[in-house]
Design a binder for this molecule. Sequence first.
Ligand code: ADP
Ligand code: 5GP
Length: 183
Amino acid sequence: MPAKVFVITGPSGVGKGTLIRTLRERMPELELAVSATTRRPRLGETQGVHYHFLDEAEFLRRIEAGDFVEHAEYSGRRYGTLRSELDKRIAEGHSVVLEIEVQGARQIAQTMPEAVRIFIAPPDERTLLNRLIGRDTDTREEIDRRLQVAKSELAAQDEFSHVVVNDRLDDAIDELQRVVSRM
Ligand code: ADP
Ligand code: 5GP
């Protein structure tokens, strides 16, 4: 398979991280770009593994330096994909997965139209809420903010040529693998 960029987007709590983890177990040749963020690490998150955790000043400096292929504000924090994360992997011939929110996915559509963009949708909003609560990583206030954002993100799913509904996990992974494999 020639090196490709896959953008996986969709609302927080829909299961993007879970799906990507399982997909990469099935397709170990896929590499994941480690994003940068100004949010604080959650319990168990490691610098450079889950994210490059940067402070606001450093993030702004790297925007100015042109280090990001996309970046966005989400729930009061900054998130972005470092060009270096993509370039080194593609240069080595690896396909790369970006797990990003919708504004970033739109930027990639403009700057890298050849990237394959996949929207992960929940079966319904109630399920999304239950997953955010069940994950137990965010305060109720943060969950409410994320659900608010989710409403506009869900309204944007028609912009994506591939939409995978994550209802039963096994079915969603099978479908995601089908999309990725045929590209
Ligand atoms: P995201 O990366 O999109 O924010 P996560 O992968 O962290 O979402 O998933 C949010 C929560 O939902 C996690 O607790 C995860 O275990 C759970 N989850 C993901 N997919 C499913 C599914 N198909 N059925 C039930 N629970 C799921
Ligand atoms: P979380 O705080 O739950 O890790 O991530 C919040 C949101 O930011 C999620 O929707 C996640 O996909 C998105 N995100 C993570 N990394 C990036 C990135 O590099 N760029 C953009 N635009 N969004 C990102």
